[in-house]
Design a binder for this molecule. Structure first.
Ligand code: PLP
Length: 407
């Protein structure tokens, strides 16, 4: 449903507005009360003037909200604003990022179909690929996302969906969206990109050749650790014909309250993402000089293995760093336990800096062999750099990595 009911006093949507303006003003949905901040339509149902209007709504001849599982004004405002931001024709939101990924995949495939993904995936996405989809009779193939020949070979067979994360969680591999899109399309597949790490202001997968973009809105879009949410964006046809029936009938919907939280988050997304990336670059550079640190992986550093591709695809290096301390898991734990500003949390994209030990948390369920192959060593810490003064973070990291060194 469109936001055509917005007050005439409100400026109209304009996809040509620059990013910062779009994040605040596009897809307005102001009520007759003229509120500044979007209203929260916290209702599960909607009433009809007559039985005829209800019947016509279900018939599709009248535009009227039916039920919050199918759509509601606050959720629609978020979806429209995300579409404009992403340059997508359509968007549907879900209750979490995993809700978004599972709905995108499960709506696209049926028993007997084939899905190819890069090996470097968030733990729950890896579980979908290696447990859930195969249990439903879907063939799944995991490839080394950095090896073009592996994509070429895996996608020489008809395939329904290809799923990648770039940058990947947690080792920040940068995958070539355009190249993978080429092979995916030849195989008849829809290319889905989990753009969580890059954010919609940091990377535009659709413009690079992807068909579907997926977000955990829980991360940078909220950005202040308050609410779960997910979003899937793509062509109007795919969203309407493939995703929408699945989502409506299986019930993975975003609460209007959470949609409102995300709308508030979007207002400062660009500002936060820019500052967090500047802070992350400074922190990554400083980590490289610390004696207790063996390796630093950050897409904005010139020594990142795909630095050139990162520069091509991303606006900046993003807010996440993976670094390996000396003395393995013991070193990583000693380092993390001595933080006082940086919180130990498996969340990311928050205004507060957060550190995770992927091998024992987010990527615990992946076998030790696979973790080793992906570079997720026991000494690796994933750092989500927030909005603190980077000098405070650097001082804290120096002291913490020295603790690992002293073991
Ligand atoms: C890259 C990536 N995708 C998806 C998700 C899942 O998001 P959510 O926790 O909102 O379900 C996460 C969560 O950490 C993630 O890091």
């Amino acid at each position: 449903m469109s936001s055509s009911s917005s007050s005439p006093k409100h400026p109209a949507t304009n996809p040509q507005w620059r990013l910062a303006t779009q994040l605040l003003h596009n897809a307005p949905n102001r009520t007759i009360h003229g509120e500044t901040s979007e209203a929260i339509f916290l209702t599960s149902g909607f009433v009809y003037d007559s039985a005829e209007q209800a019947a016509a709504t279900f018939e599709g001849t009248v535009e009227h909200y039916q039920y919050a599982r199918y759509g509601s004004p606050t959720v629609d405002t978020l979806q429209e604003r995300l579409c404009l931001l992403e340059g997508a024709e359509a968007c549907l939101t879900m209750s979490s990022g995993m809700g978004a990924i599972s709905c995108a995949l499960l709506s696209q495939v049926k028993s007997g179909d084939r899905v190819v993904a890069a090996k470097a995936l968030f733990g729950s996405t890896h579980w979908l690929m290696t447990n859930l989809l195969p249990s439903y009779g879907v063939e799944t193939v995991l490839v080394d996302g950095l090896d073009e020949n592996a994509w070429k070979a895996a996608l020489s067979i008809p395939t329904k969906a290809v799923l990648i994360e770039t940058p990947s969680n947690p080792m920040l591999d940068i995958l070539d969206i355009g190249v993978i899109a080429g092979y995916a399309h030849k195989a008849g597949a829809v290319l889905m990109v989990d753009n969580v790490f890059a954010t919609p202001v940091g990377q535009r997968p659709l413009a690079l050749g992807a068909d579907v973009v997926i977000y955990s809105c829980t991360k940078h879009l909220d950005g202040q650790g308050r609410a779960l949410g997910g979003a899937v964006l793509g062509s109007r046809q795919w969203i309407t014909d493939v995703l929408r029936p699945f989502v409506r009938n299986t019930g993975n919907s975003l609460s209007p309250f959470n949609a409102w939280v995300m709308l508030k988050g979007l207002e400062t997304l660009d500002l936060r993402a820019r500052t967090m990336a500047q802070n992350a670059l400074q922190v990554a550079q400083a980590l490289k000089a610390m004696d207790g640190v063996k390796n630093v992986r950050y897409p904005g550093l010139p020594d990142h293995p795909q630095a050139e591709l990162a520069r091509k695809q991303m606006r900046d290096g993003g807010s996440l760093i993976a670094f390996e301390v000396v003395n393995g898991q013991e070193g990583a734990f000693a380092c993390m336990n001595s933080f006082s500003i940086i919180a130990i949390s498996n969340n990311l994209g928050d205004a507060r800096s957060l550190a995770t030990h992927p091998a024992t948390t987010t990527h615990k369920k992946i076998s030790p062999e696979e973790r080793a192959e992906l570079g997720i060593h026991d000494g690796v810490i994933r750092l989500s750099v927030g909005l603190e003064d980077p000098i405070d973070l650097i001082e804290e990291l120096k002291q913490a990595t020295d603790t690992a060194l002293a073991l």
